[in-house]
Design a binder for this molecule. Sequence first.
Ligand code: NDP
Length: 399
Amino acid sequence: MGADGLRSLSIFGATGSIGEQTVDLLLRAGGAETHKIVALTGGRNIARLAEMARTLRAEIAVCADASGLAELRDRLAGSGVEAAAGTTAIVEAAERPADWVMSAIVGAAGLEPGFRALRHGATLALANKESLVTAGPLLMAEAARHGARILPVDSEHSAIFQALVGEDIAAVERIILTASGGALRDWPLERLAKATVTEALAHPNWAMGQRITIDSASMFNKALEVIETREFFGVAPDQIEVIIHPESLIHSMVAYRDGAIMAHMGAPDMRHSIGYALNWPDRSHLPVARLDLAQVATLTFRAPDLARYPALRLARQVMARRGLAGAAFNAAKEVALDHFLAGGIGFMDMSGVVEATLEALDADLGHENDAMTLEDVQLVDHLARQRAGKIARRQAGEQ
Ligand code: NDP
């Protein structure tokens, strides 16, 4: 809380899907009248970043795209908002103290800003699941060292967090992550290899950024979430289950040793979990649809088919390897996704690229060793991107 009594906040990835929904909740909660906005960051959408920074009277706006600085300055002229650009400027913005920080940059680029924000003891609302997948032990240790708190924003992890309130983690038997199954869940297996980007983007329930929507169809998103669960809640890999729940109304469940299962339900709207993290430890009114259970009538579940979703099998391998395997897994997945989006490789080839990258880097991944630095993570990320790029290009050439 600042000297003016206002809670201070920063949003990394403000122009994205999670960022926009965070801004929406902030504006409804009084915007700049009730909050002091420290930093807002974006990637390439300079016009929207400048507009938000003016509305919220941010201290500084930073775009990742260094070539956008002149335009950002221009758009902010006379507003009193500082402008900066580039990856280093984003990390520096994270070093400005704020009480609450939203980490919603997509991909591995989100790790360092969140990591830096923990140093001044901020409450870190973590949407960037890649941070825990690539550097879970490092991030959790940094939070503990500085007395900072990490609150999950991923809807599944927010659901688990809420189902654990007042409970002892030692009484947990299983954590059950629900998955919609994505846009292609009912396609015959043999058709999946030919799925196009447009088809994979047609998510049945959630409106999200492009990359996470494709990752939902391939279940790479769920694979990241399984690893995220292991890192955030500290449970053993074999305590984590995935179940397909096409309605996306139960956001995840915790099964206790007495046989009770606590499920968290709500409409599929990310403002639930963003709002929970924003208002925590209180619950405040949120502008989300209320469930009419009589209307819902039926909830269905089915076990995932591992032949259809090889990403889930790879997540188990990553958890068994520990160390830097998560960083390699995530980087290879990001590269494979880039190649699928660009039309170079097919939908089912993405898991092949990731698996071959993990095998190729096996010796560098520090088995059963949780000791890591940010530099180790960044190095493995770099090596895995190079290797996955080569594998994907070779694959594309063969098609
Ligand atoms: P979007 O793609 O919608 O937004 C990503 C944000 O990051 C944008 O502000 C974008 O800027 C910015 N950005 C992109 N690349 C970089 C970079 N290299 N450096 C700095 N900033 C960059 O993503 P989502 O909002 O969908 O997802 C954000 C995170 O939240 C991801 O980790 C995702 O897995 C997670 N998440 C998302 C959910 C959702 O419903 N969307 C649900 C649960 C988790 P710009 O747009 O200006 O280019």
